[in-house]
Ligand binder design. Structure first.
Ligand code: BTN
Length: 315
């Protein structure tokens, strides 16, 4: 590892703390000059590092740059980490890595996406004010164990967002996260299946969050908003969501999150509409079943929607 990365790791472990150049040099077994050069390189990367004359350096608390070193402070699971300034789409990069024999679980993060993808072939607006990442789970899983991942991921994201923002976060079935009736986060889950075993070889869980995005293009400005978070860095946000997703998979009770999901639902008890074979259907959303299906009452007939897209009927 380069001296710069080793120093970043020390800084991420000791934010807002005065560390002397000599102690960094001793700890890392490098010269004072190498420490100085590495610190300048980190400053050039955009980190705020205060130099205190004759005393040392303070890595300021307001640093919020996604890095492997920062993420590793919070991640408990062993995951390969890939960070980029720009990608077409972190889900696309996940697929490329899988095609190149990715064996481990991985996190792929990009500061911006030029072709961020949403569900149903839509685009996901991805300027550098947001967080865009894909978690790849590479342990083969049975398809039945993956069904719940879409709703479970929505819970994983919502739990972390509500912990660090002062307002009510809601989940719009299936997996959009809303704040004040505008979308703040979208999730795109994809799977790679192994034809011979019939198992899911890799689960691709793509998460986009409009953390600090304030300005949206015209077509989005009435339906999307940002969610400024307090007391959490982007590294911590990604790590906490990832750990939540792992805990759902590791739990014996795979549907244990459903009560939470229901309690944050934006749609339960509301009139909704959806399209089937280009035909518009209107119904009342009445429940979420144990696999995350939306139970609706359509003119007295009780039905369950397993997937798809619904809209809320405005009164
Ligand atoms: C949606 O709103 O329909 C889902 C949006 C999912 C966006 C995320 S951003 C990270 C990952 N990469 C993508 O291209 N899409 C997902």
């Amino acid at each position: 590892m380069e001296t710069k990365n080793l120093i970043l790791s020390e800084f991420e472990k000791n934010r807002n703390t005065l560390i002397s150049g000599q102690s960094l040099a001793d700890k890392l077994g490098v010269s004072r000059n190498a420490v100085w050069k590495a610190i300048n390189a980190l400053k050039n990367d955009g980190y705020n590092i205060q130099c205190v004359k004759n005393s040392g350096y303070i890595f300021e608390n307001n640093n919020d740059i996604i890095s492997k070193e920062g993420l590793l402070q919070y991640l408990k699971h062993s995951v390969q980490i890939f960070t980029y300034k720009e990608l077409d789409s972190t889900n696309n990069e996940a697929k490329r890595k899988i095609a190149n024999e990715l064996k481990n679980d991985a996190i792929i993060i990009s500061q911006t996406q030029t072709n961020g993808r949403g569900r149903l072939g839509r685009e996901f607006y991805s300027p550098d004010s947001g967080v865009y990442y894909t978690l790849v789970l590479s342990t083969p899983k049975e398809i039945k164990d993956c069904v719940f991942i879409t709703t479970a991921t929505a819970c994983a994201v919502s739990m972390v967002l509500e912990k660090f923002c002062d307002e009510d976060v809601k989940i719009k079935w299936v997996n959009d996260i809303y704040l004040n009736e505008k979308k703040v986060s979208g999730i795109l889950t994809e799977a790679v299946t192994d034809f011979e075993s019939g198992m899911v070889s890799h689960l691709i869980i793509g998460i986009g969050i409009n953390t600090n995005t304030e300005i949206f293009p015209d077509e989005l400005k009435d339906i999307a908003t940002g969610i400024p978070l307090k007391g959490i860095t982007k590294n911590q946000l990604i790590a906490e969501i990832t750990e939540n997703i792992y805990s759902f998979f590791e739990s014996d009770k795979k549907d244990g999150y459903i009560d939470y999901y229901k309690s944050r639902s934006l749609v339960l008890g509301k009139e909704i509409f959806y399209f089937e074979n280009s035909q518009k259907h209107e119904a009342l959303a009445i429940d979420i079943d144990s696999s995350g299906g939306l139970v609706i009452n359509e003119n007295g007939l009780i039905k369950t929607l397993a997937s798809g897209e619904i809209s809320l009927r405005l009164k």
